[in-house]
Design a protein around this ligand. Structure first.
Ligand SMILES: [Cu+2]
Length: 63
């Protein structure tokens, strides 16, 4: 399980964007967003760097 802190994920719209970006690289990923704490937990076979890359490209820089 990968946990990222995304300071820019500030609302439900962001959470959906982050989730979509991760699902785009792994449709089977389990993504749990916690907007209040700016955290996302991802259960995926894809490696951490690829997940970070995907969320960065969507505009959310991991802390
Ligand atoms: Cu937002």
């Amino acid at each position: 399980m990968i946990e990222l802190t995304l300071p820019g994920m500030t609302c439900g719209g962001c959470a959906r964007g982050v989730t979509a970006a991760i699902k785009a690289i792994d449709p089977t990923a389990e993504v749990v967003t916690d907007v209040a704490n700016r955290k996302v937990q991802v259960t995926t076979a894809v490696d951490t760097e690829a997940v970070k890359d995907a969320v960065k490209k969507a505009g959310y820089l991991p802390a």
